[in-house]
Design a binder for this molecule. Structure first.
Ligand SMILES: [Zn+2]
Length: 188
């Protein structure tokens, strides 16, 4: 079978892969990072499940969907359909994945999005991408602003930065029973 490959795959043999979380493999094999082929016209993949028929979508539009797209979609799915419809989602970080999440959130019928970022240009981009409220992550009263925008605290926070500081902010911003989904790749 031929088609368009996802950006990477794992050996599928470790305990994480066997649990079905191949995307979290401790020995990842991202194409162009851990193995060659990032700019290749042809590539051998170990299994057809890594191939996807993109149909009429131009490759330059399909490529980010396979990376930031599935990442953002996975995070939004973890929020849960009902919560997405009922409550605003707080998103920390409006880089490529965060902006992708804003677009998908809208497409998934999300109620509204509150975006926290320390960069004014990124807050502006988030606003243009449909964020209802944008908040400066460096503001001294950032938690009060999140509580005000969510009506008392966030039911769900998606942290696209994943640093200690932002994870703490996310936890502190939640209401009782709220959840924090950490996506960012700042890891040791
Ligand atoms: Zn693995």
């Amino acid at each position: 079978m031929s088609g368009w490959s996802i950006p990477g795959w794992a050996a599928g043999e470790c305990v994480v892969c066997r649990r079905g979380d191949e995307n979290l493999c401790i020995k990842p094999c991202s194409i162009g990072v851990h193995r060659g082929g990032g700019y290749a016209t042809h590539l051998l993949v170990p299994h057809p499940r890594y191939l996807f028929d993109i149909g009429d979508i131009p490759p330059e539009r399909a490529a980010p969907l396979a990376c930031s797209g599935v990442t953002a979609y996975g995070a939004l799915k973890k929020v849960g359909a009902q919560l997405l419809k009922d409550e605003p989602v707080v998103m920390i970080g409006a880089g490529g994945v965060g902006l992708m999440a804003l677009a998908l959130h809208k497409a998934m019928g999300g109620k509204s999005a509150i975006v926290v970022d320390i960069d004014p240009a990124k807050r502006e981009a988030a606003k243009r991408a449909g964020a209802k409220t944008v908040i400066d992550g460096k503001a001294a009263d950032v938690l009060d602003q999140i509580r005000a925008a969510t009506g008392g605290g966030a039911w769900s926070v998606i942290d696209f930065v994943g640093a200690g500081q932002t994870v703490k902010m996310g936890v502190d911003a939640t209401i009782k029973g709220g959840k924090v989904i950490v996506v960012g790749a700042v890891r040791r």
